[in-house]
Every structure is written in structure tokens, then in C-alpha cells.
Design a protein around this ligand. Structure first.
Ligand SMILES: Cc1ncc(COP(=O)(O)O)c(C=O)c1O
Length: 399
């Protein structure tokens, strides 16, 4: 007898390539039936799959859910806006109100434009940098979405090879690679675009400072891809967390508690390139997501969201450490409290991967849904964390 998840998966695979829209939501053979392929509904920090199984969720929809699923105040703001309309023939005043709300939380920003996806926002930043400098080369570290410029390291037929001449990548925190790249391409570099924090490495500051200094020296535009760090690592994102200010930044996840909106933003002199180059799209001014964003911005600044997230994260991380020691596993608790994780650190990489996969299969089986990083949202409560740690203890013992 097939489960509802299985039946739906087999049908979806026929009609929808991958059976999903998002790479990270594809079925992972390592976890088989334990990982729920479809989620029917979610509330707070919990979600339910097609077979009615309940999970405490630490994926937060891959980052966007910062307050909790179905957060009443945000959803109410959306419902109110729906009475007025979703999209108009001219701009809505909500665009300015939302831009101001973002700037209140991220004060280094002078101007903001909206988009729909993280990849859109990153691409727009690069366009502005190229327009500003009149140069074409870019230097990049980290993931910035599926657009051609950023997809050169994947097996991606369809991406023009010629782009490799203009896009140079380096590893996060490789300070020597930065020197080498500026030495080789410095005067041709329009932009450096980086994820300002690598959640797995727990470092960033010296790296960002070095990039700032090199970009200043060569007249290169520094872009932070704050798609994942914005409003999660801190209210003001990685810029506030590390105290290093870029010229432009892309924001998306956690901006609107799951409603689809992103933004590219920064200093006026760079944003003003929009007087020269055209970046335009029909749905960026869609008002339901803007209403959600404006309300999310208010809640983030008025309620102790980050304080709570960090407290729950500390609790989770301390629990990880105790349980890993108790069970004698070759692993340690790692990561910032906003996104703790379990790092298997034996000398044998294959064994680490195997333990990781087995642990996550057991966690799914025990009603815990996490990713490599465990994202916390404002709706996780101490009881949820305790229940999670109990499930983790059971899972670790089974290993
Ligand atoms: C750091 C970063 N940049 C860009 C993106 C792309 O965002 P989107 O999937 O909304 O296009 C992601 C998505 O995971 C991301 O994590």
C-alpha cells in the first residue's frame, strides 16, 4: 500500500520535472521515505506532510520563515491589503512605505528597489556595478542563484561558456585568492559579490574587511549577497553583524516571512545607475508581499525576535553538545545561535557523510525536519527545543 506522499510523488514526477520547483526540495535518495516530499500545511514551527505526519521544522522554507509559519500579524496585513488590490497599473504607495521600513532596520541603505527572487536581486546588483564602473569582470564567492553568471560551477548545459572569461570565482575566506584575483583582473573588476557569511565556517570578519579594502583600492563595487543573512544573522544583516559596509546588497529570504519579495539596495551613487540602465519587471511592486514585508520589518524591530531566536539557538546548540558527548559520536555542535548545526569531524570524510545521512534519516523518522543548518524562527519555543533534543537523543542512540 503506497503512502499519500509516494502516490503524489509518482504523479508529480510525471508532470513536474524534479516533482518540485526548488533544487533543495528534490528527493534525496539517502533519506528515501523518511524525508517528506510534500508538505500540506504549516503553522508556527511545525508542519504536516501528506500522510499527516507532524514535524518540528528547522528548515524555515530554506530561510524565509523568520517569524513562524502563518504568523497572524503578517497574514492579517496581507488580508487587509488584498481588499485594496494585488497589483495596479501604476506604482503603489506601499513601495515607498516598505522601502522606508527596510531602511529603518538596515540604516546604511540609502535606496531600495524590489524584485521577486534572490537571484534577481543579485543579478541586478551586478548590472548596477557594471554600469557604474564601465567594467565587465566580476569576482564571486558563494551561491547567488541559478542565473547564468552565477551558474558556471555547476554541470549546467545551456550556460554560455564565454561567461567564464568575465566571471572569476574564489573560495570563501581565501585571502590569498583575493590578492591573486585583484592582481590579475583588478582594473577590470566591476564587482565582487559574496555571501558575507559562510554558516559552516563560523568566520567572516577579516575576509570582509579585506574585500572592502581591495575594492576601495581598485574602484570595484562591493556587493553583499544578504539573501540568507539579511534579517536573520542580525536585524541589520551581515553588514551590522560584522561592521563592514558594502556598496550594494541583495536581500530576499526573511524579508517578508515567506511572501515572495526580494530587494537590491545600497548607496545612492550606485542605485542611481538606474538612470542609465534599465532593470524592470512586472510583479516587483506586487502589494501583498510588500504588505507582508512592511509588517515583518515592524515586528522585527519592535519585538524581541533576534533575542528570542538566539536564545533558542543557544539552547539547541548546548543540547547538541551534551547529546553528542553522551552518545560518543565523532561530532561537535557548531554555528551561530541563529543557525546551529552538527558537524561530524572524524578524519574519515565518508564516515562523516554516512553518519550525517543516517542521523537525518532518524531525525525525519522522529518528527524533526532540519537541514545542514538548523534555522530557528520566532515561533520556536523552549518546549519545541526540548522535544527536538529528546528526538535527537533517540536518533543518536540508534546510530
Ligand atoms: C545566498 C543566496 N543567494 C541567492 C539565492 C537565490 O535566491 P532565490 O532562490 O530566491 O533566487 C539563495 C537561495 O538559496 C541564497 O541562499
Amino acid at each position: 500500500m503506497k503512502s499519500e506522499n509516494e502516490k503524489h510523488f509518482l504523479h508529480a514526477r510525471e508532470r513536474i520535472p524534479w516533482a518540485t520547483q526548488t533544487n533543495a526540495k528534490r528527493q534525496n535518495p539517502a533519506w528515501g521515505a523518511f524525508m517528506p516530499p510534500f508538505i500540506e500545511r504549516a503553522k508556527g514551527c511545525r508542519m504536516w506532510d501528506l500522510d499527516g505526519r507532524e514535524f518540528i521544522d528547522y528548515r524555515c522554507a530554506l530561510g524565509p520563515i523568520i517569524l513562524g509559519y502563518g504568523f497572524a500579524e503578517v497574514d492579517e496585513a496581507v488580508r487587509e491589503q488584498m481588499q485594496r488590490g494585488v497589483l495596479f497599473s501604476m506604482a503603489s504607495p506601499l513601495e515607498l512605505e516598505t522601502a522606508e521600513a527596510i531602511i529603518r532596520n538596515v540604516p546604511w541603505l540609502e535606496q531600495v528597489r524590489f524584485m521577486k527572487t534572490g537571484a534577481d536581486a543579485c543579478t541586478a546588483c551586478v548590472r548596477l556595478a557594471r554600469a557604474y564602473t564601465g567594467r565587465e569582470h566580476i569576482l564571486t564567492a558563494g551561491y547567488h542563484g541559478y542565473h547564468d553568471t552565477f551558474a558556471l560551477n555547476w554541470p549546467t548545459p545551456g550556460v554560455p561558456e564565454v561567461l567564464r572569461e568575465y566571471v572569476h570565482d574564489f573560495q570563501y575566506n581565501d585571502l590569498e585568492a583575493i590578492d591573486a584575483a585583484f592582481e590579475q583582473f583588478g582594473s577590470q573588476l566591476a564587482a565582487v559579490i559574496v555571501e558575507p557569511y559562510d554558516w559552516g565556517l563560523e568566520i567572516g570578519n577579516a575576509f570582509l574587511q579585506k574585500l572592502r579594502q581591495k575594492c576601495d583600492e581598485y574602484g570595484t563595487v562591493l556587493i553583499f549577497d544578504e539573501v540568507l543573512t539579511g534579517f536573520r544573522l542580525a536585524l541589520g544583516g551581515a553588514q551590522a553583524y560584522f561592521g563592514v559596509t558594502p556598496d550594494l546588497a541583495a536581500f530576499a529570504k526573511a524579508m517578508a516571512n515567506g511572501y515572495p519579495v526580494s530587494a537590491f539596495a545600497g548607496k545612492k551613487q550606485f542605485m542611481q545607475q538606474l538612470e542609465k540602465t534599465i532593470i524592470t519587471t512586472t510583479y516587483a511592486g506586487e502589494t501583498l508581499s510588500l504588505a507582508a514585508c512592511r509588517k515583518t520589518m515592524d515586528i522585527l524591530s519592535q519585538q524581541p525576535v533576534h533575542e528570542h531566536i538566539f536564545k533558542m539557538g543557544d539552547m539547541l546548540k548546548a543540547g547538541f553538545a551534551d547529546i553528542l558527548t553522551e552518545c560518543g559520536l565523532p561530532a561537535r555542535a557548531a554555528g551561530v545561535p541563529a543557525a546551529p548545526f552538527i558537524h561530524f569531524d572524524s578524519a574519515d570524510e565518508q564516515k562523516n557523510l554516512d553518519l550525517h545521512n543516517r542521523l537525518f534519516a532518524k531525525l525525519f523518522e522522529n518528527g524533526i525536519f532540519a537541514n545542514e543548518r538548523w534555522f530557528i524562527n520566532f515561533s520556536h519555543q523552549p518546549l519545541d527545543i526540548e522535544q527536538t533534543l529528546e528526538a535527537l537523543r533517540r536518533a543518536c542512540r540508534m546510530l
